[in-house]
Design a protein around this ligand. Structure first.
Ligand code: KIV
Ligand code: ZN
Length: 389
């Protein structure tokens, strides 16, 4: 052991819900929050309490239901939002207020219509206000990655001095490239004199398909020790960093990251299914870790390898993330070994190797006509060949 912990901050219920069409009821959110707690997520962002009465009630219900994870509520950098968050979190065992303001020139000028000095003052003021209500305060510099580093460093230094305990530097629009984003975080930390007084966090969007890679670079190069992510990568536009991918990357490549995560990975697939069912967002079959094909082998060469030693073509074990087993999919690419193994699993005993060869030849013929061969097809086929079952 002796390695550091990486904090997993799940925002399925807040940023995930910002996926157009993914809104969830309060009860659905509580079910997901309980599942996230079972998954041993460190921080659950339950919602944005000031956004609506419904959101307030969801945050409150989750704060009451969850005991072992920190429950967090997002707030803009103003007293009203922060007070609503604190009120909704009142009954939580562990609570965090997350407050944010945009720091990029584009957002400050065009969206907020505020000068950089005004933004700096508002960031300080809001963290000071939040810190009077709770001890665990996260500050996010929205569009942080497109911010001017000198200014951003001043904001971060000031909010840490006001008591922020986590500093999050989002790539709000998914513009980052892993090496550049990782170095951005590293350089920023080096510029901030009190940087070691807070935990640094990354929050990456997936507009260019690099949210997971950017988050991992923020950890490895930048030294971030919190990753913000969502189940199935749900989130605004193209989504956020996928929890299942980032967690399994850290665990599978522990040789490289030398970090521990507290996630109970055997609950990953059930969590993915639950979020997919509740939101109606289907998980693509070839999605890493949680897609139906993530541990399925179709080609004869791969099937033969996996039947001899699973690690020939599997870098993780299906069972470790909650699948019952890996899958050997029988079809036209399958080899004799996979076919023979399936016969054994089905309790079919053919008399001789020659009988197996004959049955295999019929199987191949059928597979040319039918894309996937099911167990019923095999049973019918060997009965036609007159085999003993
Ligand atoms: O993407 C983003 O910048 C956010 C912040 C509010 C953390 O979601
Ligand atoms: Zn976001």
């Amino acid at each position: 052991m002796g390695s550091e912990r990486l904090i997993i901050f799940d925002t399925t219920l807040r940023d995930g819900e910002q996926s157009p069409g993914a809104s969830m009821t309060r009860d659905e959110k509580v079910r997901i929050a309980r599942q996230l707690e079972r998954l041993r997520v460190d921080v659950i962002e339950a919602g944005f309490a000031a956004a609506s009465n419904g959101d307030f009630e969801s945050v409150q219900a989750i704060a009451r239901a969850v005991k072992n994870s920190t429950v967090c509520s997002l707030s803009r950098a103003n007293d009203r939002d922060i007070s609503r968050s604190a009120e909704a979190l009142k009954d939580a065992s562990r609570a965090r207020i997350h407050t944010f303001i945009a720091t990029s020139p584009l957002h400050m000028e065009k969206k907020l219509r505020m000068s950089p000095e005004e933004v700096l003052e508002q960031a300080k003021r809001s963290v000071r206000f939040a810190r009077n209500l709770l001890d665990d305060i996260e500050f996010s510099a929205e569009d942080g990655y497109r911010s001017e580093p000198d200014f951003l460093a001043r904001v971060v230094e000031a909010v840490i001095a006001e008591g922020a305990t986590t500093i999050n530097i989002p790539d709000t629009v998914g513009y980052g490239i892993p090496e550049l984003y990782g170095n951005f975080i590293k350089n920023l930390r080096e510029r901030v004199p009190n940087s070691d007084k807070a935990i640094w966090s990354v929050h990456c969007h997936n507009d260019l398909g690099m949210a997971v890679a950017n988050s991992l670079a923020g950890v490895k190069i930048g030294g971030a020790r919190q990753v913000e992510c969502t189940i199935n990568g749900l989130g605004e536009r193209a989504g956020n960093c996928a929890l299942e991918e980032v967690v399994m990357a850290i665990k599978t490549r522990r040789d490289y990251f030398n970090l521990d995560v507290n996630i109970a990975t055997e609950h990953i697939v059930a969590s993915s299914r639950m979020v997919s069912q509740i939101t109606g967002f289907v998980v693509q079959p070839n999605k890493a870790v949680v897609g139906a094909n993530a541990f399925a082998h179709a080609s004869g060469i791969h099937q033969d390898g996996v039947l001899k030693a699973r690690d020939t073509y599997e870098i993780m074990r299906a069972e470790d993330v909650g699948w019952a087993a890996n899958k050997i999919v029988l079809g036209k690419l399958s080899g004799r070994n996979a076919f023979k193994q399936r016969l054994q699993e089905l309790g079919v005993a053919l008399e001789s190797e020659a009988a197996i060869n004959t049955a295999f030849a019929s199987f191949k013929e059928l597979a040319d006509r039918k894309s996937e061969i099911f167990d019923e097809d095999i049973l019918a086929l060997v009965q036609m060949e007159g085999a003993k079952t």
